[in-house]
Ligand binder design. Structure first.
Ligand SMILES: Cc1ncc(COP(=O)(O)O)c(C=O)c1O
Length: 403
């Protein structure tokens, strides 16, 4: 199905400002449908949750709709969707809660491909619980997190395997389902960081073998809020720290304090936006889940075709060095331009109206292993479904000019 990029871009008011956005891996622009949903809540009578009056009942409705939206997006049950301020905050919450069930001598496995948000919370709670941390290594020549190593890393003492569905640094997509199968064979749980993967294709948490799957709405056209998805029965086995009078039901008991109803409405708005990416007409009558699968597959094909132009173009520029990554990846590339400090490259591109990040973007273990952390990491360019051929040409031209 052809991807109607003009129609898609018209749904991003911020694109009017004229920047070329390659900073999606750090946060995308917000879709109009999401911004309007937030605005609508802020301008309406929405109270705190109460069954006694209409404005209070609206708050319940907003939360339920947002849970259903995220469940449609990633394929879980609405009652297994827990919201939190960020993926980092949710991962700390789950890590602290799970660690309460661990014993000294137990083991966990983390990876050097992951964003620190799916590393440090586990390492820190493991240290307190006397739990041994094992590390999965990235092959720096290929950017692959090899599945086979998990056969050695995982054993009867393993309680948890934390792994990313895609690297926010180099885009590499590990074989999460195969890694999860190894974890499950040993009786371990999996905690999958879906923050970078979710915006770039269809997601099915069951097919991934993710016992927990965390995702942040601001990476997929929504506001700054995150969700962690697990089977409601899994949540029910866990008891987080909580206030005495706050709800004890699942999933509410994992959500601390009053929720951000406006941002939750924005989550639903963002998911509805994603469901419409492939066009409203051909998908008439389909469920939101099936529209999401079709739309995100169409967006992914569009993104990957632009991405190959970007990567080939960068590789052809004298002095540009790409961080290696396999074909199985998201449309995200990390590179350095000759002896230029990555932050300098980002500033020069920034002066040209091109938004890229430079540094380690918290993928600290990867850049340390690659020996690039102390010299400024790398420049990162990510394609999203609103990127155009012209944006890519603009970036390539600017890199050539400033190298
Ligand atoms: C892969 C990945 N995981 C986790 C995070 C942390 O997300 P949050 O900012 O919601 O804590 C990020 C943010 O950049 C990320 O890219």
């Amino acid at each position: 199905m052809p991807f109607d990029i003009a129609r898609v871009r018209a749904q991003y008011p911020a694109l009017r400002e004229g920047y070329a956005h390659f900073d999606g891996p750090a946060g995308t622009l917000v879709a109009a449908g999401s911004a309007e949903a937030i605005n609508e809540v802020l301008r309406s009578a929405v109270g705190n949750k109460s069954t006694a009056f209409a404005a209070g009942r609206r708050a319940y409705g907003i939360v339920e709709e947002a849970r259903s939206a995220v469940a449609d997006l990633v394929g879980g049950a609405a009652t297994g969707v827990v919201f939190g301020q960020s993926a980092t905050a949710l991962t700390y919450l789950v890590a602290r809660t799970l660690a309460g069930t661990w014993r000294p001598g137990d083991e966990i496995v983390v990876s050097r491909l992951d964003h620190d948000a799916n590393v440090r919370p586990w390492v820190q709670v493991a240290a307190r619980a006397g739990v041994i941390v094992r590390w999965a290594e990235v092959d720096l020549g290929t950017g692959v997190l090899a599945t086979e190593q998990y056969r050695q890393l995982v054993g009867p003492a393993t309680r948890l395997v934390a792994v990313t569905a895609a690297s926010n640094a180099i885009g590499s997509r590990p074989a999460v389902a195969a890694i999860a199968a190894i974890a499950h064979e040993a009786g371990a749980l999996t905690y999958v960081d879906g923050v970078h993967a979710t915006p770039h294709g269809p997601t099915d948490v069951a097919a991934l073998g993710a016992d927990f799957y965390v995702t942040s709405a601001y990476k997929w056209s929504g506001p700054h809020i995150a969700a962690c998805v697990a089977d409601p029965d899994r949540w029910a086995q866990l008891q987080p720290e909580k206030l005495v009078p706050s709800p004890d039901a699942v999933p509410d008991r994992f959500e601390h304090g009053t929720q951000s109803f406006e941002l939750l409405a924005g989550v639903t708005g963002a998911v509805d936006h994603l469901a419409g990416l492939a066009g409203p007409v051909s998908l008439d009558g389909a469920s939101r889940r099936s529209r999401l699968l079709e739309s995100l597959a169409a967006a992914q094909a569009y993104e990957m075709s632009l991405f190959s132009v970007l990567v080939e173009g960068l590789a052809a520029i004298d002095g540009v060095e790409l961080c290696p990554a396999p074909a199985q990846r998201c449309p995200t590339v990390a590179f350095r331009v000759g002896g230029q400090e990555p932050v300098r490259t980002a500033e020069l591109l920034g002066d040209d109206g091109i938004c890229v990040f430079a540094g380690d973007y918290y993928a600290a273990e990867y850049f340390a292993a690659a020996g690039l952390r102390d010299s400024g990491g790398a420049v990162r360019a990510g394609i999203y479904h609103y990127t155009t051929e012209e944006d890519v040409a603009r970036l390539l031209d600017a890199v050539k000019r400033w190298r």
